[in-house]
Design a protein around this ligand. Structure first.
Ligand SMILES: NC(=O)c1ccc[n+]([C@@H]2O[C@H](COP(=O)([O-])OP(=O)(O)OC[C@H]3O[C@@H](n4cnc5c(N)ncnc54)[C@H](OP(=O)(O)O)[C@@H]3O)[C@@H](O)[C@H]2O)c1
Ligand SMILES: *[C@@H]1O[C@H](CO)[C@@H](O)[C@H](O)[C@H]1NC(C)=O
Ligand SMILES: *[C@@H]1O[C@H](CO)[C@@H](O)[C@H](O)[C@H]1NC(C)=O
Length: 182
C-alpha cells in the first residue's frame, strides 16, 4: 500500500509532534506508553495503521468502525504488537447516540482518555452535490457532525488528563485542536 508510506508517516509525525508540542520536548516513543487513545475508522487504512503504531509504543487503544470482523483482527494484532490494552466497539457514526456512547464506553474500558484521534470518513461519491439530499445529509453526519459529538463527549475526560483531539482530515493536511490546560 503505497499511500501508507506517502501519507501515514507524515500524518503520524504531525500528530505526535502536535501532541507533544506544548511539552517542548523531543519526541520519544516511550511518551505514548500507557497513554489511553481512541482511534475512529480503525478497521482499515490509515486508522488501522495508527492503531498499530500506538500499540507498538505501548499505548492503550480503543478502536471503532462498522466492521466487527475488521476490528477484531486489529485488536488481536495490537495486542501482539505490545498494546497495554486493546478494545473495540463496532457501530456506525451515522448514529450520534452510538458516537456518544462509544466515547463513554471506551473511557470506561481504558480508565480515562489521553487522545481522541478522529479519522473515520465515509466514501464520498464523485458527484457529491447531486440532488440526493439524503446522501448529502448522511455524508455530513458521518464526516462532520459525528466529529463534534465525539469531541464534546470526550472533553471532560480530556480535560482531566490534559489530553488532545486530533483530526485526520480529508483535506491536504491535518489540523488538531489542543485541549491542553483547558
Ligand atoms: N488515503 C489517503 O490517501 C488519505 C490521504 C490524506 C488524508 N486521508 C484521510 O485519512 C482518513 C482515513 O482515510 P483512509 O484512506 O484510511 O480511509 P478508509 O481506508 O476508507 O477507512 C475509513 C475508515 O472509516 C470507517 N468508516 C467508514 N464509514 C463509517 C461509518 N459510517 N461509521 C463508522 N466508521 C466508518 C471504515 O470502517 P468500516 O467500513 O468498517 O466502517 C474505515 O475504518 C480520512 O480522514 C481521510 O480523509 C487519507
Ligand atoms: C444507535 O445507537 C444506539 C447505541 O448504540 C442504539 O441503542 C440504537 O439502537 C441505534 N439506533 C439505530 C437507529 O440503529
Ligand atoms: C494539566 O495542566 C495543568 C496546567 O498546565 C496542570 O496544572 C495540571 O497538573 C495538569 N494535569 C495533569 C493531570 O497533568
Amino acid at each position: 500500500m503505497a499511500f501508507m508510506k506517502k501519507y501515514l508517516l507524515p500524518v503520524l509525525g504531525i500528530i505526535l509532534a502536535y501532541y507533544f508540542y506544548s511539552a517542548n520536548e523531543e519526541f520519544r516513543p516511550e511518551m505514548l506508553q500507557g497513554k489511553k487513545v481512541i482511534v475512529t475508522g480503525a478497521s482499515k487504512g490509515i486508522g488501522r495503521e495508527m492503531a498499530y503504531h500506538l500499540a507498538k509504543m505501548g499505548a492503550h487503544v480503543a478502536v471503532t468502525a462498522r466492521s466487527e470482523e475488521g476490528l477484531k483482527k486489529v485488536v488481536s494484532h495490537c495486542l501482539e504488537l505490545g498494546a497495554a490494552s486493546a478494545h473495540y466497539v463496532a457501530g456506525t457514526m451515522e448514529n450520534m447516540t452510538f458516537a456518544e456512547q462509544f466515547v463513554a464506553k471506551a473511557g470506561k474500558l481504558m480508565g480515562g482518555l489521553d487522545m481522541l484521534i478522529l479519522n473515520h470518513i465515509t466514501s464520498t461519491p464523485v458527484d457529491l452535490f447531486s440532488d440526493d439530499i439524503q446522501l448529502v445529509r448522511r455524508i455530513m453526519e458521518v464526516n462532520f457532525l459525528s466529529y463534534v459529538v465525539l469531541s464534546v463527549a470526550a472533553l471532560p475526560m480530556l480535560k482531566q488528563s490534559n489530553g488532545s483531539i486530533v483530526v485526520v482530515s480529508s483535506m491536504a493536511g491535518e489540523w488538531g485542536q489542543d485541549q491542553r490546560g483547558g
